[in-house]
Unconditional design. Structure first.
Length: 236
């Protein structure tokens, strides 16, 4: 059974979330599959600053991308229910590696370096971009990228640049709004509308924008279930 905060979060975003089966009768079982997967052991496996450090591609993978301080680590921690699984840095641009986790040996989670922070040197930015482009274009088991966008600001030029890169790499991606503590507010709805309109120009984007709040567990249950759909099925 979902924790009270998660149950409240799921209810608060149900009307806005595009994720999940069309038949309402199938929704409880779909959410339960996600809850069960993300309740299993999740462990750190590798950190890769260069391509030769990227681990073997044994599992289907979901990567999390977004601007520096968009809340990637907070979202990964909320999804797995572990407060310190992914490192949360208060210094933008500090995370400079692809960080790999294994979830129940059924799904790989990848925390990608944040982008768009002006104080990062051009040399460091170029090196990151080279690694990211090669990873996105050549990673066979990469099933989806969750592209995180701050719900308070909407799409920025750096986000659009990443979307174009994902289009070119033919990697399916889901835009996830972060910090949507009030998913029904007109401000969040306006960002949803604007982002959905922008997605029509990007062929690799899923035609959905999913609001979340790691703090209030809004949209977390649905996102878990959506990611469970690309995991290796549970035994039995």
């Amino acid at each position: 059974m979902a924790a009270p905060a998660e149950a409240e979060g799921a209810a608060g975003t149900a009307a806005l979330s595009p994720l999940g089966p069309e038949d309402p009768a199938e929704r409880p079982a779909w959410l339960e599959r996600g809850r069960y997967l993300f309740a299993q052991d999740c462990r750190f496996t590798h950190a890769a600053a260069t391509l030769d450090q990227v681990p073997p591609d044994d599992l289907p993978e979901v990567a999390f991308a977004g601007r520096s301080n968009v809340g990637k680590s907070s979202l990964v921690n909320a999804l797995t229910g572990r407060a310190t699984l992914a490192r949360i840095s208060h210094t933008p641009g500090r995370t400079q590696q692809l960080v790999f986790f294994s979830l129940a040996d059924r799904l790989g989670l990848v925390d990608m370096p944040g982008y768009g922070y002006a104080k990062v040197s051009k040399a460091v930015s170029k090196a990151w971009n080279t690694v990211l482009r090669s990873y996105l274009r050549g990673r066979v088991p990469l099933r989806r990228v969750c592209l995180l966008v701050d719900s308070r600001h909407g799409l920025k030029p750096a986000d659009v640049e990443m979307m174009t890169l994902l289009d070119e790499a033919a990697v399916s991606y889901l835009v996830v709004l972060t910090k949507a503590d009030k998913p029904g507010s007109e401000a969040v709805r306006a960002v949803l509308r604007d982002t959905e309109a922008a997605l029509k120009r990007h062929p690799a984007a899923l035609p959905a924008v999913h609001p979340t709040s790691a703090r209030d567990a809004i949209g977390i249950a649905e996102l878990r279930a959506s990611l469970a759909d690309v995991a290796i099925p549970a035994a039995g």
